[in-house]
Design a protein around this ligand. Structure first.
Ligand SMILES: [Ca+2]
Length: 370
């Protein structure tokens, strides 16, 4: 080997060593980068979705609440309303979940308690037995039915026996366990509050509920757009309450998540069962105009029920809502409900507030807050 060859070999070895060093350095840097990326991704995931399992993160925003295109005066829009970030249940609360609550706490729902003598002094004892309101379709061949005659006080009807213990349509014929994936019903307002407290969550405000139900389609008539569809939700097809064509595949309550979710990934915000909100019912939304996280905490007033002052807003409509009758399966739609009334079509879902410190309370007319 001559000198020149030796130099070349030496340089080649140096170049190989340098390349090897560079390659190892590159691998090391890449390893660090991947580790940092993983840490950042994990942190980002925690930041992006701070919601408990089964809940969806709703990024806050400003939207037009209510509707000016509706024939229902109580839906009239207050204009823009703002909600801040919150989590909301992906599904209506299910029998299985409510069963866990009852098993853990021994809670007895309003429908499972006898009616008190204080509240109902004129009722005979046999009518004080626990029960609830059950829907019954008109008998075959009936052409007309009187208003609200489809509701029947049914002794023994409650969340575990939605249609009463002796009904041929009784859902728990095979045991309530077989309906574990169905939304819990016959839930009074205080029942929903008790479950919420146990689970560390809250009932939604009407503004939160409606914002979530719209799924990002601000101003749309339905949760999926502006055209009604028989196949987008569990509603009533046909002439309520005389016949139901079952075009949506369900005569009664459907398992949660039986239809496509809305734009926020939430199921059954349209139909299936009505859902409780915290707000007291008033005709219209005037005092929510341009508010952030408004909550109507005044006494309620509904001219259809002038003797009641504790009516809460329920949202979303149910499997009993038909275009010919109430059409209240729209996000803007609302109905008042007595807090002690659970029926075969009222359930609930919960929220978890992420910025509770920014929740202003709406003032009463006298300037105080409830
Ligand atoms: Ca619903």
């Amino acid at each position: 080997m001559n000198y020149r060859h030796s130099i070349i070999n030496s340089k080649s070895e140096n170049i190989r060593d340098e390349k090897k060093y560079c390659f190892l350095t590159l691998i090391f840097i890449q390893g660090i980068a991947i580790a940092l990326l993983f840490i950042n991704t994990t942190a980002l995931a925690a930041t992006v979705n701070p919601c408990p399992q089964g809940m969806v993160m709703i990024s806050g925003g400003t939207f037009k609440m209510g509707s000016d295109n509706s024939s229902f005066v109580e839906e009239r829009s207050p204009g823009d309303v703002t909600v801040t970030n919150f989590c909301i249940d992906k599904y209506e609360v299910k029998n299985a979940q409510f069963g866990e609550f009852v098993k853990s706490t021994g809670y007895v729902t309003v429908a499972e308690r006898p009616l008190s003598q204080e509240q109902f002094p004129d009722l005979p004892d046999e009518q004080r037995l626990p029960g609830s309101l059950v829907f019954e379709m008109a008998k075959p061949g009936v052409k007309q039915v009187s208003f609200l005659s489809w509701w029947h006080w049914t002794t023994g009807a409650n969340w575990q026996h939605p249609f009463g213990p002796d009904s041929a349509l009784a859902q728990p014929a095979a045991g309530i366990a077989s309906k574990s994936n169905y939304p819990v019903v016959h839930i009074a307002y205080e029942d929903a509050l008790a479950y919420a407290k146990w689970s560390g969550k809250s009932l939604p405000t009407e503004a939160q509920w409606e914002y979530a139900a719209r799924g990002g389609l601000d101003g749309a008539t339905y949760a999926w757009g502006n055209e009604y569809s028989e196949h987008r939700a569990n509603t009533w097809q046909g002439i309520f309450p005389i016949f139901n064509t079952k075009a949506d595949g369900h005569l009664g309550i459907a398992p949660v998540g039986s239809f496509a979710p809305n734009g926020y990934g939430l199921y059954d915000m349209t139909g299936n069962v009505w859902e409780w909100t915290t707000d007291f019912f008033q005709v219209g939304h005037d005092r929510k105009s341009h508010q952030i996280n408004p909550i109507a905490l005044n006494q309620s007033f509904d001219p259809k029920k002038p003797d009641e002052s504790k009516l809460h807003v329920i949202k979303g409509g149910s499997y009993l809502c038909a275009p010919n009758y109430c059409s209240r399966f729209r996000p803007a739609a609302r109905e008042s409900e007595s807090p002690d009334t659970g029926t075969t079509h009222i359930g609930f879902r919960l929220v978890k507030n992420l910025v509770s410190s920014t929740l202003p309370l709406m003032k009463n007319n006298n300037g105080t807050t409830d």
